[in-house]
Ligand binder design. Structure first.
Ligand code: HEC
Length: 137
């Protein structure tokens, strides 16, 4: 019986931890979605598919999966190179959002990578701050 109770205790504890992680993910996702609406949706659209020829898709983008650090930097500092997304070349500049804090960038990144990048985890603010410190300005 003692063993059983201990097992139950451990299981409950593990579930509590897991649901805290899940809650945090939900919070990041919801905040990220709101920030996306304000700062990104005009160009990349609500479904993330972009605008033909002008603004690249995030939804279904091959660039997204291969260039996470560059995108994190781009959300804060803008992107002005020529990039190739799904075989198509884009060369319009994407504007910077210098006012965004590390937590905002982390939430936006979590949102777009969970929605369209196949991820099911948080891109944590600590990791994002480290990456932001390495960006070319
Ligand atoms: C004024 C329109 C505009 C806004 C607003 C904008 N972008 Fe972009 N975005 C672009 C353009 C144009 C490119 C291509 C840049 C280049 O060629 O260097 C791009 C590229 C990207 C890419 C890499 C290519 C891809 O589609 O995978 C991602 C990811 C991205 N933007 C996400 C965002 C996010 C997140 C926001 C909001 C914080 C945002 N963009 C705001 C126009 C915009």
């Amino acid at each position: 019986m003692k063993k059983f109770l201990f097992g139950l205790f451990v299981t409950t504890l593990m579930m509590a931890c897991q649901s805290q992680e899940e809650l945090k993910l939900k919070q990041y996702y919801i905040d990220g979605q709101a920030l996306y609406k304000t700062h990104c949706e005009n160009c990349h659209q609500v479904d993330g598919k972009g605008l033909a020829g002008l603004y690249p898709p995030i939804n279904g983008s091959d660039f997204l999966k291969k260039n996470k650090n560059r995108i994190i930097c781009g959300i804060r500092n803008g992107l002005s190179d020529t990039i190739v997304v799904n075989g198509k070349t884009y060369h319009q500049p994407m504007p910077a959002n210098k006012q965004l804090q590390g937590i905002d960038v982390a939430e936006i990144t979590t949102y777009i990578y969970n929605e369209w990048g196949g991820e099911t985890t948080i891109t944590d603010v600590k990791a994002v701050k480290k990456i932001l410190d390495t960006c070319e300005k």
